[in-house]
Design a protein around this ligand. Structure first.
Ligand SMILES: [Zn+2]
Length: 510
């Protein structure tokens, strides 16, 4: 395994994929001789920590360094590449956790280098060291001999004691994006003379978890399929969810077909679906749809044309808020998977919730009948206010998607603050009101008295609120007030409930 990873491992700073700021800093340190004697490289697996550590060991010892980089050709560079250089010690802390391992290493630190200029000690997975081992290491890191360089690498920086971190120069390696990995994959396929489509390469890059090592070991596997593997056989080989499953699931949600979901999931269970993989891949699919929506389709994915068209079709049927809401539901189901007694429950629940919400939204009238409540008993026929209504009709034509109540809640304090600066009494009035609901493009604000309501809906104030809201939120919405005294107006939940009952075949008990 990982044949390609070993074969194409970067040998000089120039070969390192991305991580530019780190490489630049290390090169200039080597060039000026101003390098540290203890480094800490942190980042997830497969992002180049150990490779860069070895290159640094080469660069400081290279017989023929160029511009702070190792030549990759001299005796020292070759010895390091082949693991024969006596002044480089690599320890895997995961299997050498004890204090005696570190003591043994520290014994070696005292002696001058055998053949190179510097003795370099690479301690991989340093967070695995025992407390005693950390303490022993700490003493050496406080005063390392001039000829020694320590490079500690870890995937779990939070498990490294602060006393160690503070004695090192820390570099945070970033995970690779699929866009970072693609050129590497292309280069290697060209060097290996292996024919492969951009689509399959994209699939590999996206499933590499930000790791170059994973990307290349996936490519190793795909190469076993022979020349020009197609997307379907690659998905099957790598255990990646068939994209059609994600498409069908989102389609059921988008169409609000909650009653079809239990059968859909039963079908998946019969096929032996791994829900951890399915949930992960469905989230990735939802991300694509969301990005497509946000960028108006500007973002191009490594998908076949028919799948791209499907992303567009589904994105068009979803409001931005819906997409965000659905992603949140499936993030939660992903988290709940580990504690669920049956693996299909969290995803089924998330899908039902999303489909019911979508179904109830699309079947609900744009303007719900107004509720009014005991107290001042002010019915609020929308038609009585010609000016707001005219404005509202303009709004709906131009606005695109309406905002949801939670989104309005986020921007609302800022709106009040701005209004207060222009019209202080109106600002106070808004502050004393309570955000109750959002109906279509209308924000419903609860106020205590009838004169509050009249004041708020005075054309001048109404315009100021709408204009300020648009300025802050970048969305055109209108505001309407409802008077309440003791009891707050209730938001209608019966619709979603009756949908849920249909699915589960229950009935409503008073
Ligand atoms: Zn060299």
């Amino acid at each position: 395994m990982a044949v390609l990873y070993r074969k194409y491992r970067p040998q000089t700073f120039a070969d390192v994929l991305s991580q530019k700021p780190i490489v630049q800093t290390l090169k200039s340190q080597v060039k000026s001789g101003g390098f540290a004697h203890a480094y800490l490289f942190t980042g997830s697996r497969g992002v180049g920590k150990t490779s860069v550590a070895r290159i640094l060991a080469k660069a400081v010892n290279c017989l023929n360094p160029k511009d702070g980089d190792a030549c990759g050709k001299c005796g020292v560079c070759k010895q390091i590449e082949n693991g024969q250089f006596l002044d480089l010690a690599e320890i895997d802390a995961a299997s050498n956790t004890g204090v005696e391992n570190i003591r043994e290493l520290i014994e070696h630190v005292k002696f001058s280098p055998t053949s190179g200029k510097y003795k370099v000690f690479i301690i991989d997975e340093v967070h695995m060291l025992s407390k005693g081992a950390f303490n022993a290491l700490l003493k050496t890191l406080e005063e390392p001999p001039k000829h020694a360089i320590f490079i500690l690498a870890t995937t779990e920086i939070n498990k490294v004691p602060p006393t160690i971190i503070s004695r090192t120069q820390r570099f945070d390696f970033k995970a690779y994006s699929p866009a970072d990995l693609l050129p590497l994959l292309e280069k290697i396929c060209a060097a290996e003379n292996f024919k492969i489509t951009a689509e399959v390469l994209g699939l590999i890059a996206q499933n590499a978890d930000g790791s170059a090592r994973d990307a290349l070991s996936l490519l190793d596997k795909v190469m076993t399929l022979g020349e020009s593997p197609n997307l379907e056989e690659t998905e099957a080989l790598l255990g990646i969810t068939d994209i059609a499953v994600c498409e069908n699931l989102l389609e059921l949600i988008v169409l609000g077909k909650a009653n079809k979901l239990p059968d859909f999931f039963t079908g998946l269970a019969e096929k032996g679906t791994d829900y951890t993989i399915l949930n992960r891949d469905f989230l990735e699919y939802l991300r694509k749809v969301l990005v497509f929506k946000v960028t108006n389709g500007a973002q191009v994915f490594n998908l076949a044309e028919n799948h791209k068209a499907k992303v567009k079709e589904l994105a068009d049927k979803l409001l931005l808020n819906d997409s965000i809401y659905i992603i949140r539901l499936f993030l939660k189901s992903y988290k709940d998977l580990s504690s669920s007694p049956a693996p299909e429950i969290p995803m089924l629940l998330a899908a039902l919730e999303a489909a019911i919400k979508k179904g109830s939204l699309s079947s609900a009238p744009t303007v719900k009948p107004q509720t009014f409540v005991a107290g001042d008993l002010v019915p609020e026929p929308v038609t009585q206010k010609p000016q707001p209504q005219i404005q509202e009709s303009i709004v709906i034509e131009e606005a695109g998607e309406a905002m949801t109540l939670p989104e309005v809640r986020i921007v609302w304090p800022k709106v009040i603050e701005k209004i207060k600066a222009i019209n202080s009494p109106l600002g106070s009035l808004l502050r004393n009101g309570e955000l109750l609901d959002v109906l279509g493009y209308k924000i419903i604000l609860g106020v205590k008295f009838l004169f509050n309501k009249q004041n708020l809906e005075h054309p001048k104030n109404f315009s100021l609120i709408c204009a300020t809201f648009e300025e802050v939120a970048g969305k055109k919405m209108t505001v309407s007030a409802q008077v309440f005294k003791d009891e707050k107006p209730q938001v209608d939940t019966s619709l979603a409930l009756s949908e849920a009952l249909k699915v589960f075949g229950g009935e409503l008990i008073d």
